[in-house]
Design a protein. Structure first.
Ligand code: CO
Ligand code: ZN
Length: 333
């Protein structure tokens, strides 16, 4: 899974431009799935059918988003400096000084107009991308071109730092889960979604199309384990987090109970997640059509939405174990 994660995180895929990521995933899931399709929003849907003779199989939708945060060029000045806006939650403090890469391969460095106070808030509308151009005419970027952070995948013992671990970590976990499930009593839809970072649009339309009984998002969750972080219990290395609440959603208590009991029975470490900021695809799945029983398995991550997000590799492996334990058997909730 590590090599797969490296390739996934080093691939370009801001919201709406998930094509390269989808191609990679397609190669992995093709031999594992019974049916594959791509819908109008670009979601990749891989179905694993229930065993013949399974009585009243439940339709379960799993979702991990392919897209990552990024930036979009909005103006180019006569010296060739590129002004930009955010795609999703791109924060100034993480963007200044970063390197970015555009879809056409052009690279740039993010600078700031003029720092009066070194500790000022850093709004991105005072930033620009320097792509090495000297004029508007020789600037290789057009208005509307999109870019993501440029950053290498780095291993630090069990910890991994990379861009877009939100949510390529979830993508890798879903692929490995599909690989690990030999047979199932359920009708499983592994959905690699688009446009999560701009409002979970892909998950919403995919859930409408699939009409699942149960929905589980596999995404990352920020932790409370760094100096002076928010008071949250989630930590790196302590296992997958079972979502109870985040800023925009209450996970279904039946889903929470099912996940906790399954983890305890299988002796898989897990954490209880109450997240104070952000949400996931589970929110859109929960309110799709007439409503879906939904929850999430979250991988703890530090420095979310920076160019160097960090996970503990053991949490990914335990997330795969938990999902296999949940999905292989009868979904009894
Ligand atoms: Co995110
Ligand atoms: Zn995410």
């Amino acid at each position: 899974m590590k090599q797969l994660l490296k390739t996934l995180t080093e691939t370009f895929g801001p919201s709406g431009y998930e094509d390269a990521v989808r191609d990679l995933i397609l190669k992995e899931v093709k031999p594992l799935a019974d049916e594959i399709r791509v819908d109008a929003l670009g979601n990749l849907i891989a179905r694993k059918k229930p065993l013949k003779g399974a009585k009243s199989p439940k339709r379960i939708m799993l979702a991990a988003h392919m897209d990552e945060i990024g930036v979009i060029a909005s103006h180019i000045d006569k010296k060739g400096f590129v002004r930009f806006s955010n795609i999703g939650g791109t924060f100034g403090r993480y963007t200044l000084g970063a390197r970015v890469r555009f879809l056409n391969g052009v690279k740039g460095v993010v600078g700031y107009d003029r720092l009066e106070q070194i500790n000022d808030l850093l709004p991105i509308n005072k930033m620009y991308i320097d792509v090495g151009a000297t004029s508007k005419a020789d600037c290789p970027v057009k208005v509307g071109d999109v870019a993501v952070f440029e950053q290498a995948f780095t291993e630090m013992g069990e910890r991994i730092a990379a861009k877009s671990l939100d949510d390529r970590a979830g993508v890798a976990v879903l692929i490995e889960t599909l690989r690990g499930i030999k047979s199932t009593q359920n009708d499983l839809y592994f959905v690699f979604t688009t446009q999560e970072e701009v409002g979970s649009h892909g998950a919403g339309t995919a859930a409408y199309g699939i009409d699942p009984d149960l929905g589980i998002a596999v995404d990352v969750t920020p932790t409370g384990d760094t100096p002076a972080s928010l008071k949250m219990v989630m930590e790196l290395g302590k296992g997958p987090c079972i979502k109870i609440r985040d800023a925009f959603m209450l996970a279904d208590p039946r889903m929470v109970t099912w996940m906790i009991q399954t983890a305890e029975k299988a002796k898989i470490p897990y954490q209880r997640e109450v997240l104070l900021v952000g949400s996931s695809d589970a929110r859109e799945i929960q309110v799709a059509r007439a409503g879906v029983i939904a929850g999430a398995v979250s991988i703890p991550v530090r420095y979310v939405h920076s160019a160097s997000e960090m996970v503990d590799y053991r949490d990914l492996k335990n997330s795969v174990k938990l999902l296999i334990a949940l999905l292989g058997k009868d979904a009894s909730l």
